[in-house]
Design a protein around this ligand. Sequence first.
Ligand code: SAH
Ligand code: SF4
Ligand code: F3S
Length: 447
Amino acid sequence: MDSSSRPTVYIETYGCQMNVSDSELMLGKLAASGYDAVDRPDGADVILVNTCAIRDHAEQRVIGRLGELRRFMGPHTVVGVTGCMAQRLGPQLLDKAKHVSLVIGPDGYRALPTLVEGARRGERAIATTFDLEEHYEDFAPRRFDRVKAWIPVQRGCDYKCTYCIVPTTRGPERSRRLAEVVREAHEVVADGMSEIVLLGQTVNSYDDGTHDFADLLRAVGAVPGVRRVRFTSPHPNDFSDRVVAAMAEVPSVCEHVHLPMQSGSTRILKRMLRRYTREGYFDCVARLRAAIPGLALTTDVIVGFPGETDEDFEETLSAVRELAFEDAFTFKFSPRDGTPATRMPASETVADEVASERLARLIDTVRTASRARNLRLLGSRHEVLVEKVARRGQELLQTRTRDFKTVLVPGDESMLGRYLTVELTGTTGSTFTGAVVRERQPLPMAG
Ligand code: SAH
Ligand code: SF4
Ligand code: F3S
C-alpha cells in the first residue's frame, strides 16, 4: 500500500504524564493498525483528544477545544475523546458534543482500532469499563520524547483523597510485572534513550505480587545504558526503608523527588484523607534527605480546601518555608462531582477571593525562597542532559541537572540526548543559564 493512502490520526494530550504515556500507547496501537500519526488536526482522518478531569478548569479547556476542532473536520473525520474526562462523563459527552463519535476511558484503548473503524462507518461508541488486567503490554508506544522515556509501572489509585477524581477516572491500583518494566527499559535504551521516568499515581506503592518499588528501582537501575532514573508521583506513606535505601544505593536514581504535600495543616490533611500528618510529612522529608545528600524536593499544594482557615493556611506557608522546596505546583481547590469533599457543609466553602489571595501568597513564598537559593548556586558545576531545543532558531538548548533544575545552554539540535558539564552563569529565579565546560563521554550503549 502506498503510504500516502494510509489514514491519518492526530492526538492532543491534556493532563499528567500518565496521559502522555497513554497517548504514546494509543498512537503505537493505531500505527500498528495502519494509521500514520500527524502533528496537525487539519485534514486528519481521526482526531483524538486525550483528556484530564482533575480540575474544572482542565475540563473547560477541553470543552472549548472540542468546539474549535470542529473547523478542522471534513465530512468523514472521526473525533474521539479519550482519558479521564471520557471515563467521568461517558454518555454525556456523546449527548452534548454531536461531532464526537467515540468516548474511550483509560482502560479501553485495546479496542481503539476496532472502535475507530466503526466510527469511520458512522457508528458512535462508548468504552468505559475498567479492566484490572490491562497494562497494554503488547502495544509498542510511539514516543513523543527522544531523550527520556516515560514508563508506566502502575495504573489506577487505591487512595481516596477526598478532593480527587482520579480513583473514579482510572479505577483501582494495579502494577505491571517487574519483568515487563525491565523489558521496556531495555527497549528504550536500544532506541538511544538513557533517562527513564517510572509513572504511577502513587508510584512507590508499586507491588506486582512479588516485587516492591525498591526491587523495581534496583532492576531498572541495573539495565545497562540507563543513566538516569526518575519516578512520579510518590506518596509520602509509601517510602518504606527499603525504597529509601534503594534510592540511595542505585547510582542512576536522581537526587530529586516530587513529593505532593497538599497542605501543611494536620487538620486539613485529615479532612483530605491524605493519611499523614504535618509531622509525618516532615519526617518523610527528613528520612529522604538523610539518605540522599543534595536531594531536591518539589511538591503540589492545594489552597482553599473546604474548612481551611487562615491558621491552616499559615501552617502551609510555614511548611513551604521550612522544607525549602525547589518548586511547587499550586492549585486552588476545585470541587469534583461525586468526591467526598463536595459533601462537606456549604458553610465550610472557602470564598474564591480568599483562595485566590492565598494562592498568590503561596506562589510568592515559593518563588522568593527558590530565587534566593538559586542565586547562591551561580558558579557551581553540574552534569546536565540535553532534553530539547529551547526556542527554535535561537541555538539554545534546554538541559536538566540530576536534581531537576532547568539550565539553558548554547547549542544545536545535534546535541539532543548528550550529557554535558555546565557552569551556572545566570538565573531568572526559576531557571538557569549555563556555559558548557565540557562534553561528557557518552557511555557505550547496551545490546
Ligand atoms: N497521584 C498524585 C497526584 C495526582 S493529581 C498524588 O497523589 O500525589 C496532581 C495534583 O493535582 C495533586 O497532587 C493535587 O495537588 C492536585 N489536585 C487533585 N485534585 C484536585 C482538586 N480537586 N482541586 C485542586 N487540585 C487538585
Ligand atoms: Fe488522587 Fe490521592 Fe490517588 Fe493522588 S493519591 S491520585 S491525589 S486519590
Ligand atoms: Fe488528569 Fe487523569 Fe492525570 S484526571 S491528572 S489525566 S490521571
